[in-house]
Design a protein around this ligand. Sequence first.
Ligand code: NDP
Length: 302
Amino acid sequence: MTATIIDGKAFAASVREKVQAHVAHLKASHGIVPGLAVVLVGEDPASQVYVRSKGKQTVEVGMKSVEHKLDADTAEADLLAMIKDLNADDSIHGILVQLPLPGHLNEDLVINAIEPAKDVDGFHISNVGLLGTGQKSMVPCTPLGCLMMLRAHHGSLSGLDAVIIGRSNIVGKPMAQLLLGDSCTVTIAHSRTKDLPDVVRRADIVVAAVGRAEMVLGDWIKPGATVVDVGINRIDAGTKEDGSQKTRLVGDVDFASVSAVAGAVTPVPGGVGPMTIACLLANTLTACCRANSIAEPEGLTV
Ligand code: NDP
């Protein structure tokens, strides 16, 4: 079997188009412009790239984008004061604090200082609780993007066996809640799981969110299963002509062997990654609609 490639890049473009159309409608009919504030503390190069990309795409869909760049040694009290101001700012509907934060800052404290209705990452403890109890919440962007692609590929997910590898608060656990919400039978595997390949072999849907390059192999996969690769790993790819090191981006899934067995698979790059930012825009729009008691567009959240 040769797997269908689920094109996250094209899917993300369609989500952005939908967001852009609705943003134009909000402006024209209600005079409202959704606003997203991104707060970056320190100079982590990967975080800087993400924040730039988020800002650029926010503007491209017609929303207001505000970036706050703070020094790595910013005091916790100053960061909390900034979040308090953003919570009170009516032109800002979404607030995202880029993680990871420098070690002296308490991430839980900072995330839980964000007004839950503006918590477009869906990490606030209130949103975690709402999602866990099947209530309307802000849904974490990466699992939301995975769910959208799975729904689009399968239609109904009801009754399917899903195995999620990874139990982080930002990917694995909310992914499990979402798939449970869609009536999958969900198993969450992690570093202590026994016979991981055997566990994965039972799955109709596999979501790999581990952070280990090309760990999931083709002979772990039930023929015809759908495999969603969340992992982003940079691996050595030899040396350039000038002697500098070349790197290559790969997922947690060994794409060559898995795509020979699976029914469908998301590639890295071009799978889950683009969907994550598209879902951040979708969440900002959703937050803006809810703040103004305007009907939310269909299909952009759960
Ligand atoms: P974490 O490091 O927080 O969690 C990794 C999980 O994988 C843990 O639950 C860990 O288990 C589990 N794990 C580690 N080793 C093994 C193993 N050998 N077998 C089974 N399970 C294992 O990572 P994140 O959830 O934050 O991210 C996972 C990956 O997804 C990373 O590559 C990250 O870069 C990527 N990512 C991609 C995003 C995107 O937009 N595409 C967004 C967010 C993340 P235990 O709990 O027991 O330690």
